[in-house]
Design a protein around this ligand. Structure first.
Ligand code: THG
Length: 258
């Protein structure tokens, strides 16, 4: 399991304020805390509704790169913001993300090739997120084949079935698990997969409990990577235990102390 730290995101009010006053130390502290807790990639998102998103993305990338060499996941739907982040990025980089919309794929796969990036592919198009696993899988296949037209191998992609909040789309929890399993039948070796875990518990009370439970289920279904909160220590324990149970880590009596 690859752990992508979700905390450098303008969705969080404290991060939005730090961006406004260009408080580099605040952002760098979050970056280093996530690294300490076991993040292997750091997601960077300027937050919603910013006209200055390209400038902010550049600043955030540089700010984070000053304290870590970890790969960055540039989390934006905007072409200009993505371009600006890619230009500033020296670390390994994951573009987060394209959708299956034709125009989006054209622009983002070109950038992906140009910057030798990896890229997350969201199972949605101009009509939104499909309601069932099979339609999500059709979109995933379309993104795999379109990427190949741009000379991007399936190994460079992460397929994202798109987790929706359980509070407003309770039937989707199981469908995402089915989609994850279907995605893995699309190629050999199976394509890598990723989710934004905390989506599932948006606007609920027991956020951490829902996140942890769902992550264990997704790991069982073969999930490769998760955008999640590495500061949730219980969640991180479950990931470690899951890796032992799935034979991804050597068994050892002391694994919980690892
Ligand atoms: N797939 C991909 N990328 C993604 C997502 C995804 N990036 C964004 C998101 N989904 C994953 N990251 C987060 C980050 C924060 C929260 C949820 C998902 C979150 N934030 C609090 C909230 O909105 O309630 C912020 C409020 C606060 O605590 O201050 O829950 O699915 N590829």
């Amino acid at each position: 399991m690859i752990i992508i730290g979700e905390r450098i995101n303008g969705l969080f009010a404290s991060v939005a304020r730090a961006i406004d006053r260009r408080d580099a130390k605040f952002i760098q502290d979050i970056a280093l805390r996530q690294v300490d807790f076991g993040a292997q990639v750091l997601d960077i998102n300027t937050g919603p509704g910013r006209e200055d998103a390209p400038v902010v993305m550049e600043w955030m990338v540089k700010t984070v790169q000053d304290v870590t060499e970890l790969p960055l996941s540039l989390d934006t739907p905007g072409v200009k913001t993505m371009e600006s982040g890619l230009k500033a990025c020296k670390n390994k980089v994951i573009m987060n993300s394209t959708t299956a919309e034709r125009k989006k794929m054209e622009r983002f796969f070109l950038l992906c090739k140009e910057h030798d990036a990896e890229i997350i592919c969201l199972a949605m198009d101009e009509r939104g997120v499909p309601n069932d696993a099979e339609s999500r899988t059709e979109l995933a296949m379309l993104m795999i084949t379109t990427a190949m037209e741009y000379d991007i191998l399936p190994e460079r992609l992460y397929l994202d079935p798109l987790i929706l909040p359980v509070g407003s789309a309770q039937d989707q929890g199981k469908k995402v698990i089915q989609a994850l399993q279907l995605f893995q039948t699309l190629n050999d070796p199976p394509p890598r997969t990723v989710v934004g875990l905390s989506n599932v518990s948006n606007h609920t009370k027991e956020r951490s409990l829902l996140n942890r439970t769902y992550l264990a289920m997704l790991m069982g279904a073969g999930l490769t990577a998760a955008i999640c909160d590495p500061e949730d220590e219980e969640l991180m324990k479950i990931i470690k235990a899951g890796q032992v149970l799935l034979n991804e880590k050597l068994y050892c009596d002391a694994f919980l102390r690892a």
